[in-house]
Design a protein around this ligand. Structure first.
Ligand code: LLP
Length: 421
């Protein structure tokens, strides 16, 4: 459930008509609902009630300062994957002891910044990374808390570009080598083993792959404890999927996911961390865009809108489906027609949907892309010199611009032309 609903024939974001925001900030723009973000965070938090746990928001899905601040205020930790994300989390007021640092390619500079600024744990993904972290920690006269990300070789049954738990993926250490890698970690004075980390992929719409992976984590916990390692924390990653196509998708709920975690791992006496991103922010956001032209092609009609692949890349990058709805609620039984919905960018890949049945629309009409709060704004670029689009946060009957639209001048001013040209 989210808070983008029709009321009196028009789409509202909580208690604000979306058309009012579109008029005020212009299109295209992103709009997030504070109540939905809050609700989704609490669903996870409550699903793990009764266990010692921390929900670390995967801020790669949405890293706006206002969003982070809101979630941090609810008690969220953060899962970061770069020095930039670490800096954003700290700037939003998240304390270091609530930040986990994931990612296969952490640099020494990033390690050093996190060790200096405070960190809950590094999720280490390889031996060379482990050796580097040990050196950085020793040079700073400190000890780095770590979990080691194991690759359980489980098929997450999701899009190949966002599956991470198979042996052919670049992530983690093969579970078959875990004992020797933990032994190496234990021998390094700059590291302190806290636990085990696993993340098998994103947009998972079944619980079974999680169950297989978590069973392996359970067995490994027992094996490592028998080897005399202290395993006090299990980081179970993110990945729970959302219904992108509302008419025919119903992925498992956080409460079911929480029950699975408690059932498979609850008696190990470990603190549980999870790193959900998409399920918290995805359906808490929409992208709003205006129809510029309706163009009649030879065998189809194109809706040419002012949003493009640079603003929301998921459809062109992963052939992802986003529900697209008009701001004006279509009357029951209103005429529909298929459109190819495309942006103005100069390549055919700038297509959001093909043959999508929509009510009849005309230039000037405004539409909303649902489920755009995760991996939307954060993946945007300025391709075709289209400035990044604004982000707006709604809470009840108020809204605020939480990232403004740069002017062309601001965009251009980031370039410098050398004197000798
Ligand atoms: N933890 C780790 C280590 C991750 O790599 C990810 C996502 C997450 C947590 C959060 O997963 P989530 O709960 O959001 O599924 N750009 C793609 C998604 C890439 C996900 C990458 N890793 C998309 O738009 O579908």
């Amino acid at each position: 459930m989210d808070h983008f609903l029709y009321r009196n024939g028009e789409l509202y974001a909580e208690d604000v008509p979306v058309s009012e925001i579109a008029k005020s900030v212009g299109t295209p723009c992103y709009i997030y609902s504070a109540a939905t973000l809050t609700r989704h965070f609490k669903l996870f938090d409550e699903a793990l009630e009764g266990t010692d746990h921390l929900v670390c928001f995967a801020m790669k899905s949405n890293s706006n300062q206002a969003v982070l601040k809101l979630l941090a205020g609810l008690g969220a930790g953060m899962d970061v994957v770069s020095g930039g994300e670490y800096a954003r989390a700290r700037a939003a007021g998240v304390s270091g002891d609530k930040i986990v640092f994931s990612g296969v390619g952490k640099t020494r500079e990033e390690m050093s910044a996190a060790l200096t600024g405070g960190i809950r744990q590094f999720n280490v993904e390889s031996e060379p990374e482990m050796l580097a972290l040990n050196e950085v920690a020793l040079s700073l006269g400190t000890v780095a808390p770590i979990a080691i990300r194991i690759n359980p070789d489980v098929d997450a049954k999701t899009h190949e570009k966002i599956a991470t738990g198979k042996s052919e993926n670049k992530f983690g250490i093969p579970i078959s080598r875990a004992r020797e890698v933990y032994a190496l970690a234990a021998s390094l004075k700059g590291l302190k083993i806290m636990g085990i980390d696993v993340h098998i992929g994103s947009q998972l719409v079944e619980l079974e792959p999680f169950e297989l992976a978590y069973q392996k984590v359970r067995e490994l916990t027992e094996v490592l404890r028998a080897d005399d390692h202290e395993i006090t924390r299990l980081d179970l990653g993110g990945g729970l999927g959302i219904p992108y196509e509302r008419s025919n998708e119903a992925p498992p709920l956080p409460i079911e996911y929480g029950e699975l975690i408690k059932r498979t791992l609850g008696d190990l006496g470990c603190e549980i961390e999870i790193e959900p991103g998409r399920l918290i922010s995805g359906n808490a956001g929409i992208m709003v865009s205006s129809v510029i032209y309706v163009k009649s092609g030879e065998d189809r009609d194109f809706l040419i809108i002012d949003g493009a692949m640079n603003d929301l890349v998921r459809p062109s990058m992963y052939s992802a489906h986003h529900d697209i709805i008009p701001l004006k609620e279509p009357a029951a039984g209103a005429e529909q027609q298929p459109y190819d919905i495309v942006g103005p960018v100069c390549e055919s890949g700038d297509t959001f949907a093909k043959g999508r049945n929509m009510p009849v629309l005309e230039a000037g009409d405004v539409v909303a892309f649902r489920s755009a709060g995760a991996y939307g704004a954060v993946m945007a670029s300025e391709y075709n010199s289209r400035p990044l689009i604004p982000e707006v946060l709604v809470s009840g009957d108020q809204f605020a611009v939480i990232r403004s639209r740069p002017t062309f001048q601001e965009m251009i001013a980031r370039d410098t032309v050398p004197e000798w040209l």
